[in-house]
Design a protein around this ligand. Sequence first.
Ligand SMILES: [Zn+2]
Length: 127
Amino acid sequence: MRQFFFHRGQLLGDAVRQVSWVGGTPTPPVGTALFCPLCSEVWFLAPIEGEATRVECRPCERHDAGARLGKSSLGAVSRLEPVGSVWRSWDSEWNEALPREVLKRELLLTINHYERSYHESESVFKT
Ligand SMILES: [Zn+2]
């Protein structure tokens, strides 16, 4: 089964996905559509030929859900992973299937996330 990976309609690559065994049961991979609950866009789409697609709510890179959680004494409350990331810490098969262009995007999101976090923490301690 081939899975295609699109970010905002642009094809970033594809991968061959296999049936995996979950609890002794053969389980086919599932297509994924990431829906931003803040702008109502499907911003990342990874369908699999002939298989169903599951919709997940995840804020896109244009909308920081953490900003809506308020601020603590150390700055804005934010999620652990960069906003706009498609990484799944609980799904190694998904992560391993991500094509090169998706991984490059993840790397840039992560670098930008930690640079922004670093500068925010610097400004907190300068007061
Ligand atoms: Zn959004």
